[in-house]
Design a protein around this ligand. Sequence first.
Ligand SMILES: Cc1ncc(COP(=O)(O)O)c(C=O)c1O
Length: 381
Amino acid sequence: MPYKDGKVMPSKWKVPLFDLSFEQNERDYLHQGLDQILDDAYLTDYRYVVEFEKAFAKFCETDYSIAVPNGTQAIEVALRGVGVKGKKVLLPTNTFIATAVAIKSAGGIPVPVDIREDYLGPCLEQIEQDIDQAAAVVTVHMGGLIDPSIVELKELCQKRGVPLIEDAAHAHGSHFQKQKAGSFGLAGCFSHFMTKVMTTGEGGSITTSDEDFYNRLKSLRKFGSDLENSLIHHLEGVNAKMSEFQALLGLMELQRVERRIYKRRKVAARYQENLKGSVWTAMEGPEGGFCSYYKQIVLPPEGLERETVEKALNKVGVPLTGGVYYHPLHRQPVLKSELPNRDYPVADKFCARHFCPPCFPEVKLEQVDLICEQLLKLAHS
Ligand SMILES: Cc1ncc(COP(=O)(O)O)c(C=O)c1O
């Protein structure tokens, strides 16, 4: 849904770039909730926020969750909770700039490491090299994939006494070996932006099962206020409270998130079936894992440029959605002066090649067929 000058542009696409539909019963729930909020006349951090936090923690199988205004602040507040000021924080170079922005906002120094080829988690060898100088490690579940190496990463962090934070912005509902995204590390940080697996418009959540850490986060999210006496501030906090309107939407979304993940998985499975045995690779979640497919990542055959693929799809009315990601952190001008002296060959190759065709619950299977037909016309085995 492209916007220009504040106006909704008519879409030229046969397959939408993005769509979000609401059933009548979902609208009714929101309308009733809106009345309740207006009756309460308490528009932030109140009834629906408390309810949403409880429900989101239950969904992630953690003891607690904290609702915040967006995913970037979820990471920032979690890292303020760890205490990273002036210290290094390791993260995969292939992530959205928000992960690095959040580290910097918490006072930390982002130190990118390369990624792993199969499921895009951070390179364990480079983490091991740098971990003793780091205050935290942030891993990212790319496109909803939980890299199986999370098990070793978690062990490594535990052994060295360095907190592991999950950037689970893409991974609501994903799990590996029956463990949910957001429950592996000290904290999981989610984005509930409009296009994500579930949404509160803008919004985010931090999950944790550590009671002390939870209490720290509660304070940090409200200006660092003492939980008993809000006029006293022991911590360097921020204003990261969620409004009641966002929380109401979040509660509605939680009621339908499993159904919507099921639909995402059907769309992804159709890409995977259609492209199986061809020169195209539709990336699948790992054995023992469950991926909610925020994105269906596709790799073209070697030598075929992404731009050529995009042009061919655009010609038949199909857009590519944002990649994950075309420009890794080590290639972002804003971070250039602070980079370690190392190469990132795996990320460079992945970021230059992959693309993400539309994959969300509203996409029809016939549309996936049309896209795959086009890809196979462009290159087949
Ligand atoms: C990997 C990753 N981390 C963090 C964020 C930040 O989330 P938000 O946009 O809600 O601030 C995003 C958002 O797209 C993301 O993709």
